[in-house]
Design a protein around this ligand. Structure first.
Ligand SMILES: [Zn+2]
Length: 122
């Protein structure tokens, strides 16, 4: 079973993760922070800090994820109509694998840059 509740470090009260709202706020020249607050005591939890570069990487990751979803969706559509050839399936798998690798690499890069931003500004 999934544990969907978290305990606040500040007030020690529990809350359901579904009740947590993520906020985004701009600061500085091109920076933004993503954070959430405890629903009981308002204690702020920083998720990450972004700048123009990290936002661009996030967008690339999101687009690649969307492409994987769309490949899977159209493959399913064709498969349901028995029109998905082995050749097309192999092509889809190859594309999806290469996208996944690209996403993993971008996530590592993004994580590194965001950590650097957090260290600089917090
Ligand atoms: Zn709290």
């Amino acid at each position: 079973m999934l544990n969907k509740s978290v305990e606040c470090d500040s007030c020690q009260k529990e809350m359901n993760v579904d009740d947590i709202k993520v906020h985004e706020e701009s600061f500085g020249v091109d920076l933004s922070k993503r954070y959430w607050n405890c629903i009981h005591c308002d204690y702020e939890y920083l998720i990450t800090i972004n700048d123009t570069e990290t936002r661009a990487i996030e967008e690339v990751i999101n687009n690649d994820n969307r492409e994987i979803q769309s490949i899977a969706k159209s493959a399913q559509w064709l498969a349901n109509r028995r029109r998905l050839s082995q050749k097309q399936m192999n092509r889809n798998l190859k594309r999806a694998r290469s996208l996944k690798n690209k996403i993993e690499q971008n996530k590592v890069k993004l994580d590194k840059l965001q950590r650097k931003l957090i260290n600089e500004y917090i």
